[in-house]
Design a protein around this ligand. Structure first.
Ligand code: FDA
Length: 396
């Protein structure tokens, strides 16, 4: 079989489907080529099955990129409210969980259905279980790109690469987009796992491993970034929203510092406890403001445990210093197997920030996670997928 289209989109994920339906609505003949057996697998598994589909507080400051200005234009032209509009038109009930994060009330399946319905209405053809064997590039403007696939050969003057990042290979993630970018002379910035649990080694791992499941609020800091939220101790290290957020900023060998009493001045708190509960031991008073097992472990290995009245001011200062600024030595990350996103990717310097088109190859576009733009945890990554998909879909 061979067929010709106005636009071919590689990848039926969040960005690819948004691009396809936007271009289809403009009367373009669009084909989406998806190698998995269904589209939108990451949407389905996202947000614990309820898809945190956007964040109403989205700003360019919520993204990491070698060029922090690149995401501005697309985000300004397709805002969370545009996507919310579509969600409401399809009658999908949603709620705000915290900090502007919007989730479906029922299931993320409804978001995939909405995108597929929109694609269907716009006349988009979707080929699933379709493997791409080779992408040819010719001289004729009409058939500039030729995709040789397990379902036949497809040609088009426009090719949009929306194949995502490397996280969760079992869900269809592949390095295909990066390889294709290199094939067309693009620079791919080094990739690494982001929004990912961190692993500990040596003493930290030994001392914390059996606390797996214990969670406490912290402020995590690394590389100039800081996030206040919960940390969860795991068998191999630490996770939870504060750690997932900071993992995108932390790099092996760099420091990770935790404030274990966020929002409190530790020295003031210790002095107050000393006045009010002089006979209580440190582990007991700490056990009232953080999980008891965690407080006890801190007092076994990192803090001297005594009745509060026995500490002098310099000793209280030393304890406060540990509580305010606990240095955790992470050895690595859990990697792409569990990461929510991939940092790095196609260099934005070689793309137009308003259309996502390549500055090197006419008709070639990159959108979504394959580009070097990565959002924080909390709906920002889908918002980037929608916004960049919409930018390309409006331009092709
Ligand atoms: P995406 O990965 O969605 O789509 C790429 C598509 O291309 C896939 O369907 C893939 O199969 C296909 N593909 C790959 N190689 C191909 C090839 N060679 N040929 C054809 N097709 C190919 N974000 C957020 O904002 N809120 C949330 O709640 C979550 N939750 C979440 C949970 C988990 C477990 C993960 C792993 C990730 C999240 N994310 C998230 C992140 C979010 O899922 C991610 O940023 C977007 O899906 C990126 O959209 P893309 O369309 O760029 O890639």
């Amino acid at each position: 079989m061979s067929a010709h289209f106005d636009t071919i989109v590689i990848g039926g994920g969040a960005a690819g489907l948004m691009c396809a339906l936007t271009a289809g609505r403009r009367g373009k003949r669009v084909l989406v080529v998806e190698h998995a057996n269904r589209v939108g697998k990451k949407i389905l598994m996202s947000g614990g099955g309820r898809c945190n589909f956007t964040n109403t507080g989205t700003t360019p400051a919520n993204y990491l990129s070698a060029n922090p200005h690149f995401c501005k234009s697309a985000l300004a032209r397709y805002t969370p409210w545009h996507f919310i509009d579509m969600v409401e038109r399809h009658g999908i009930a949603y709620h705000e969980k915290e900090l502007g994060q919007l989730f479906c009330d029922v299931s993320s399946k409804l978001i995939v259905k909405m995108l597929l319905d929109e694609c269907h209405e716009a006349g988009v053809r979707v080929e699933t279980s379709c493997s791409i064997e080779r992408v040819g590039h010719g001289d004729s403007d009409e058939a500039r790109f030729r995709l040789h696939t397990s379902h036949g050969t497809f040609s088009s003057p426009v090719l949009v690469v929306a194949s995502g990042g490397l996280s969760i290979p079992s869900m269809g993630a592949s390095g295909f987009g990066y390889e294709l970018a290199r094939q067309f002379g693009h620079t791919v910035l080094p990739t690494r796992a982001g929004l990912v649990p961190l692993t500990l080694s040596g003493k930290h791992q030994e001392r914390l491993a059996d606390l797996s499941g214990v969670a406490l609020p912290v402020t995590a800091q690394s590389n100039g970034a800081s996030f206040s939220n919960y940390m969860l101790v795991t068998h191999r290290g630490v996770s939870g929203p504060a750690i997932l957020q900071i993992s995108s900023y932390w790099q092996p060998g760099e420091e990770l510092r935790l404030d274990l009493l966020p929002g409190q001045d530790a020295l003031e708190a210790l002095q107050q406890w000393q006045r009010e509960r002089p006979s209580a031991e440190l582990k007991t008073v700490l056990g009232d403001v953080m999980p008891k097992r965690f407080a006890q472990r801190l007092c076994e290995h990192w803090l001297p445990n005594r009745p509060m009245k026995q500490y002098n001011v310099p000793q209280l200062r030393e304890i406060a210093q540990v509580l305010d600024d606990w240095a955790l030595v992470a050895s690595g990350t859990e990697g792409y197997r569990t990461a929510e996103v991939t940092l790095g990717g196609v260099d934005t310097d070689e793309l137009s920030s308003s259309t996502m088109q390549s500055k090197r190859v006419t008709g070639l576009y990159f959108i979504g996670e394959v580009i070097d733009v990565t959002g924080w945890l909390g709906g920002y990554n889908f918002q980037w997928a929608w916004a960049s998909g919409h930018a390309a879909g409006s331009a092709v």
